[in-house]
Design a protein around this ligand. Structure first.
Ligand SMILES: N[C@@H](CCC(=O)N[C@@H](CS)C(=O)NCC(=O)O)C(=O)O
Length: 303
């Protein structure tokens, strides 16, 4: 274990605007907008403002699942919010999410627009609105909500803890990596034990609990988030692996996970989604004129 370092917290903390690390340019200790910026509004009932991170993917996967299941009122415009550029601090975005984090949704199908922020609230709102991907039986429903809210509480330890200190911090700190690796492995074990006896998180049916958990824990298990599969011995969580592969094969998942994505292979980036045909016509390989042969090289590669 590394020696204790020489840092002693002062009486009152003050902000150093460049603290180092991957997010030092966007993180700050205050809330509220930093600039005026109106949000665009498209033609569909649902307007999503997001980026294709795991938290963003949850919503686009559910929307694509709803559309695949025939819920036409789930048609949506997905506008790209570039969080690295600070779009989440624009006045229009802060109006719909005072917490300035993606994803945020506006439902314009009624008399008044309804804002919904926090991915868990968005999943629950849409599942209830369409009565889909959430069980109706009271016992199964609360089990679905148990796991939905488990994800909301657990993922900050995975993302803000493990991912931050393993990948993004300006230097590696053994204590922090140990602490959050232990917690991440414990969480993977929670899932693995549960999935040993359940096909999906709340039983036989795929639900918003799976849709919330898969973009984080499925990706960590596969090594596509944080490239830490070997470090975490992810292969040993074989039930998580089985479940994650099963979900990855769903066509709505293949579509939803590339919406608002602006990194990785060009044919896996759909910056904005305004129409179902955009998956065929408006991925970045098409917009940038990449040849079909080159795009094909990346066909199975998501990261
Ligand atoms: N609890 C929130 C977390 C959302 C979140 O952390 N979003 C990140 C991207 S994955 C974000 O917008 N970060 C920008 C920032 O922190 O300024 C949710 O589940 O919606």
């Amino acid at each position: 274990m590394a020696e204790e370092n020489s840092y002693h917290p002062p009486k009152v903390w003050t902000w150093k605007s460049d603290m180092g690390g991957a997010f030092s340019k966007i993180n700050r200790p205050t809330a509220g907008p930093t600039h005026e910026a109106e949000l665009p509004v498209g033609k569909h009932p649902l307007q999503l403002y997001s980026q294709g991170t795991p938290n963003g993917q949850k919503v686009t996967i559910l929307l694509e699942e709803l559309l695949a299941a025939g819920h036409q009122q789930a048609e949506y415009d997905a506008h790209l919010i570039r969080i690295g550029d600070g779009d989440q601090f624009g006045s229009g975005f802060a109006d719909i999410n005072p917490n300035s984090k993606i994803p945020a949704l506006v439902d314009r199908s009624g008399d008044e627009p309804v804002r919904v922020f926090e991915s868990g609230a968005i999943l629950l709102y849409l599942a209830e609105k369409f009565n889909a991907f959430i069980p109706n039986d009271p016992q199964a429903r609360i089990e679905c909500l148990n796991w939905l809210f488990w994800q909301m509480g657990a993922a900050p330890y995975l993302g803000g803890g493990f991912g931050h200190f393993y990948v993004y911090a300006p230097f590696k700190i053994e204590y922090c990596i140990d602490r959050y690796t232990m917690e991440t492995k414990r969480q993977l074990d929670v899932l693995d034990r549960h999935l040993a006896n359940h096909e999906y998180m709340c039983g036989d049916d795929y639900s918003i609990a799976d849709i919330a958990i898969w973009p984080w824990y499925g990706a960590v298990q596969a090594g596509t988030v944080y490239n830490a599969a070997e470090f975490l011995d992810a292969a040993s969580y074989s039930n998580v692996g089985r479940w994650a592969k099963q979900i990855a094969e769903r066509s709505a998942v293949k579509q939803g996970r590339i919406v608002n994505r602006n990194w990785g292979p060009l044919n896996r980036q759909l910056h904005e989604r305004h129409d179902a045909s955009d998956f065929e016509l408006r991925t970045q390989d098409k917009l940038e004129g990449q040849s079909a042969e080159v795009a094909e090289e990346f066909a199975d590669q998501i990261d």
